[in-house]
Design a protein around this ligand. Structure first.
Ligand SMILES: Nc1nc2c(ncn2[C@@H]2O[C@H](COP(=O)(O)OP(=O)(O)OP(=O)(O)O)[C@@H](O)[C@H]2O)c(=O)[nH]1
Ligand SMILES: [Mg+2]
Length: 632
């Protein structure tokens, strides 16, 4: 394809460029595809050992098998440099994907050939189409046993029509791909053995960037990075002009697009210290970058997403990107459990405070607020995963702290009424479990939006539900569907406060003293409870050790030994068949706990506890609460 007018402006030593983001629902195979693209385009040496999904480079990403941070990379294919941005698919990171769309000229939309378009597919596709980006569609995982690529092809087309795609967007190339095998074809009857057709489609359909390198420099900051050595790093596409290391530039605050008056407040001037472009897995330092390429730039401590870099003589502000508002918050509290300080390196309120505020440097959708107590900070974010990952990262760094139950962030409506966040919930289950799902979701104030039978005895149910209504539902759902169901939810919008919701159905079992857990005690308790602890663990009074089968909390002694009435010894413990304890992950705990409970997070353990530890104090508090309730 000829992009002649633009090419003539590029210096002869510069490659032709395409900028593309890979977008999809979580797990549909984006990172696996980028992996194969890198390999097939020769980004690695022939004998280089490269791990699978190499782009998911941080330890949490590898452990969980999900992408948390978007990442830039590039390959050169037949003389064209293709900048690729791999994006996270989880709904909590949708805002980041939205910002990334501002530095590309096309999107590769991946859709699982069995699951079809999911809420997150719809969200990112809507944003991409609305920005006028040229899509390429990959119906992925065609190697799956249950793949139905033709059905999914139709579903994607309907989605495009729903979202009012333009003629050009509707004519997007549709490829059938297997990320895992590294293949792409236009025709299922003619399987291919590589990704040639995908590369070719990118070069042919994604427009080359149109910025003129001879005009004054402009660049919108689309994402951030941070290095201890360079400080904040801005990443974005050079909109027009060119930039060289050492150049004097202006950094414009967010505001109305257009020429900024020279004396506007908040405009900064300074020198670019370092410039990088992306090459395979590496960031390579370069002397200068021309319009159209994606660049990482350092030199300013005030770099923020949405600000514009320009030449100092032509401070023209580009349309900024508002960072999405948080929808839930939790309190981070200094650990005051009886085991405080035993497992963590950083435990003081000062250390906690500094770490939380440092996080704001790169975690743009996060908010941290001080409270009346120096021991407590309120941290607000986009969802349980967003906040859960921060907690997980901190515990790995050696921090120890406690976390409250998440709260939804309310907003005031136009008439002063209370609004709360609603989520779109998608559930895939076998038809047999449909009844129990509806029965459980009803009292959680959900409203069914759609029900579909894609076949094979499965149903897909879509609900609108207050975010609060989802708290604690995942574990019930997994039990109800015998672990076979799949559920996803993403933020929809703010709506009317849905009124009070019932809390957890089942009570918890609470340790009544500090002791090591004994198998004999668990053996007796497990008939009435699902335990969270295993023999040998240490518990303290007020710690939650299991979930009972019934409503109402119960204090128990998990350290109770078998009475040695005859010659038998505790060795007989070995004969007790114990159910494995329920594994408590951070996200699970966040969904699970009630207002009067906390999560204790340390590098080694995640414990659940009552806020009030002593059983008699708790009873007193309960009686007082009942009196208040009776009086009103
Ligand atoms: N059968 C099959 N499995 C695949 C294919 N591509 C990816 N997978 C598997 O799907 C899972 C998710 O793959 P990823 O590449 O991490 O998906 P992703 O879209 O990057 O996920 P997020 O970044 O978390 O949104 C992994 O277990 C992959 O091995 C494919 O073509 N066929
Ligand atoms: Mg990924």
């Amino acid at each position: 394809m000829a992009h002649g007018s633009w090419l003539t402006k590029r210096r002869s030593d510069q490659l032709d460029i395409r900028n593309i983001a890979i977008i999809a629902h979580v797990d549909h195979g984006k990172t696996t595809l980028v992996d194969k693209m890198l390999r097939q385009a020769g980004a690695f040496r022939a004998n280089q050992h490269v791990e699978e999904r190499v782009m998911d480079s941080n330890p949490l990403e590898r452990e969980r098998g999900i992408t948390i941070l978007a990442k830039n990379t590039s390959v050169v294919w037949h003389g064209v440099k293709i900048n690729i941005v791999d994006t996270p698919g989880h709904a909590d990171f949708g805002g980041e994907v939205e910002r990334i769309l501002r530095m590309v000229d096309g999107v590769l939309i991946l859709v699982d050939a069995a699951e079809g378009p999911m809420p997150q597919t719809r969200f990112v596709t809507r944003k991409a189409l609305a920005l006028g980006l040229q899509p390429i569609v990959a119906i992925n995982k065609i190697d799956r046993q249950d793949a139905e690529p033709l059905r999914v092809h139709d579903e994607v087309l309907s989605l495009f029509i729903d979202l009012e795609a333009t003629e050009a967007q509707l004519n997007a190339p549709f490829l059938y791909t297997s990320s895992r095998a590294g293949t792409a074809t236009f025709d299922l009857e003619k399987p291919e053995t590589n990704l040639e057709l995908l590369f070719q489609s990118i070069v042919d359909t994604v427009p080359a960037p149109t910025g003129d390198p001879e005009l004054p420099f402009q660049m919108l900051i689309s994402t951030l990075d941070f290095s201890n050595f360079l400080g904040r790093i801005a990443i974005g596409r050079v909109e027009q002009g060119r930039i060289a290391a050492g150049d004097q530039v202006a950094l414009l605050p967010m505001g109305v697009p257009g020429l900024v008056s020279p004396d506007e407040q908040g405009v900064e001037r300074g020198r670019v210290t370092k410039l990088y472009t992306f090459d395979g897995l590496h960031r390579v330092e370069v002397a200068s970058v021309d319009a159209g390429d994606i660049v990482a730039l350092s030199g300013f401590e005030t770099i923020e997403i949405g600000k514009t870099f320009t030449s100092p003589d032509a401070p023209y502000r580009l349309e900024g990107i508002a960072v999405e508002e948080p929808t839930i918050s939790v309190d981070f509290i200094v650990n005051n459990s009886p085991f405080a300080g035993r497992e963590g390196k950083y435990v003081t309120s000062r250390q906690l405070r500094d770490r939380l505020f440092k996080e704001l440097e790169r975690n743009v959708a996060l908010r941290v607020e001080e409270t009346d107590s120096p021991d407590t900070h309120t941290v607000a974010g986009r969802g349980e995963l967003h906040l859960g990952i921060l907690m997980e990262t901190m515990r790995r760094e050696g921090y120890e702290f406690q976390v409250s139950r998440p709260r939804v962030i309310l907003k005031e409506g136009p008439d002063g009424e209370s609004l709360e966040p609603y989520e779109e919930l998608t559930i895939d289950v076998a038809e047999a479990y449909m009844g129990v799902v509806m029965e459980k979701l009803g009292p959680r104030r959900s409203e069914m939006l759609e029900m579909r039978n894609p076949g094979m005895g499965m149903v897909r149910l879509t609900f609108k539900i207050p975010a609060r209504g989802l708290f604690g539902y995942r574990s019930e759902f997994m039990t109800d569907s015998r672990g076979t169901g799949i559920m996803h939810h993403r933020f929809l919008d703010y709506g009317q406060w849905a009124g009070p919701l019932a809390g957890r159905k089942r009570g918890v079992m609470i340790a009544d003293r500090e002791a090591p857990v004994v198998a004999f005690a668990l053996g007796n308790l497990q008939e009435r409870a699902q335990m969270f602890v295993a023999p040998g663990e240490q518990v303290y009074e007020g710690m939650i050790v299991g979930e009972s089968a019934r409503p109402g909390d119960m204090d128990v002694n998990v350290g109770k030994e078998k009475k040695l009435t005859n010659m038998r010894t505790t060795a007989s413990d070995d004969h007790i068949l114990l159910e494995p304890p329920r594994e408590i992950t951070l996200e699970y705990a966040l969904e699970y706990i009630e207002e009067d409970e906390l999560i204790e997070v340390t590098p080694q353990n995640i414990r659940l506890r009552k806020r009030v530890l002593q059983a008699n104090e708790r009873k007193k508090a309960q009686r007082a609460a009942n009196r208040v309730a009776d009086a009103s």
